[in-house]
Design a protein around this ligand. Structure first.
Ligand code: PHE
Length: 362
């Protein structure tokens, strides 16, 4: 065997069995590098006679090619193995539970506001808002509650100083949004206004801040019948029951004429009041849920509307109270304590969608 054949017989099997990329690389350097065995052979070509070169040149070049090819082939195999090993080692198990922070939830008040917005949107109502720091005119005067009116004493108002030195109030109800809507857009109007309101009051059923939702409809030829239908449709959708019975009682609100308090019938079931059924039944009773009435002519006039042309109705109720009635909570203060256990129990998943037919999270 010639030197060349010997070298080939040594190199090729070694390359083909190179155990790893770094071993293969040192084989490449010792054969094809500057001081490599094949490089040395190539250098000898320069000192050969033309005849020798003609016979030896192709053999040396063919050996170099064979070695180069063998290295490339082995390298591809070793790289593929390395990649496969890496993929196996770094495999992600998608079935493992993710390491996530505890999920947040939707507060029952926010959830109920969403439910209300959805129910009223179906009836063509838009959502309106107003500031929580109100002026006297919007909160009282325009609503037909003048300075000296005894009705002002009905609200335990928080007062604050305005930047202009004028007194402001933390709105005591959402009714000022009625005024803001009627003075900023032309009828026909159909809005609801959910939001925070404030009264200096605190016990198991009163907190200094609570939530109301206002409704206002202004159009031509609106009557008490429209009011009754709207409230009945709303309460049926909200409580997800068809057997909702309403009782309308005459009442007094300075901004309505007539004013109407709305009771809903409930049934005693295992010592609990459950909304639904005729309140006059032997096992029934009535619960007040809403204040409402036809918008007072003077309120329309205060907003620049002619009461001979436009009529309407308004209603207002407590969102927290609606939530308590629907989801069976008994202490209003718990709504604002921020107790994580209460929130976990009564809160809603972020992806729970209020539905009108199936209830929450159906
Ligand atoms: N604003 C009244 C309250 O807070 C509720 C109400 C609204 C009554 C609209 C009639 C019409 O008690």
């Amino acid at each position: 065997m010639s030197d060349l054949d010997q070298l080939r017989a040594d190199l090729i099997p070694a390359i083909e069995q190179a155990p790893a990329l770094d071993a293969l690389e040192s084989m490449r350097v010792s054969a094809l590098g500057k001081q490599g065995s094949i490089t040395a052979l190539l250098k000898t070509l320069g000192g050969m006679t033309p005849e020798q070169r003609t016979s030896e040149g192709p053999r040396i070049h063919s050996l170099r090619e064979a070695v180069t090819d063998a290295i490339a082939a082995r390298k591809a195999v070793l790289e593929a193995d390395a990649l496969a090993a890496k993929l196996a080692a770094e495999r992600v198990d998608l079935t493992l539970p993710a390491d996530m922070p505890p999920p947040g939830g939707v507060h029952p008040v926010a959830q109920v506001m969403d439910e209300l917005a959805e129910i009223f949107a179906d009836m063509g109502f838009a959502v309106a808002t107003g500031p929580e720091i109100e002026d006297d005119w919007h909160n009282f005067t325009a609503l037909n509650i003048p300075e000296t009116h005894p009705a002002r004493a009905m609200h335990d108002t928080f007062y604050v100083d305005g930047p202009d030195g004028e007194r402001r109030v933390l709105r005591t109800h959402t009714s000022p949004v009625q005024i803001r809507t009627m003075t900023s857009q032309k009828p026909p109007i159909r809005i609801i206004a959910p939001g925070r309101v404030y009264r200096s009051d605190s016990d198991a059923t009163h907190t200094p801040m609570f939530h109301q939702i206002e409704g206002l409809v202004i159009d031509k030829g609106i009557t008490l019948a429209h009011l009754k239908w709207t409230l009945e449709t709303f309460l049926k959708a909200f409580f997800e029951r068809d057997d909702i019975v309403l009782r309308l009682r005459p009442s007094y609100f300075p901004f309505t004429e007539p004013g109407v308090e709305v009771d809903v019938g409930f049934t005693w079931i295992k010592g609990k009041r459950v909304i639904g059924g005729d309140g006059n039944a032997a096992d029934g009773g009535w619960m007040e849920v809403l204040g409402s009435g036809m918008v007072h002519a003077r309120v329309l006039e205060n907003c620049g509307l002619d009461p001979n042309e436009w009529q309407g109705f308004a209603f207002g109720t407590g969102v927290d109270r609606l939530a308590m009635l629907k989801y069976g909570m008994d202490d209003l203060r718990a709504f604002f304590d921020g107790d994580i256990r209460w929130l976990k129990h009564y809160g809603f998943g972020a992806l729970d969608v209020p539905t009108l037919s199936g209830g929450v999270g159906a």
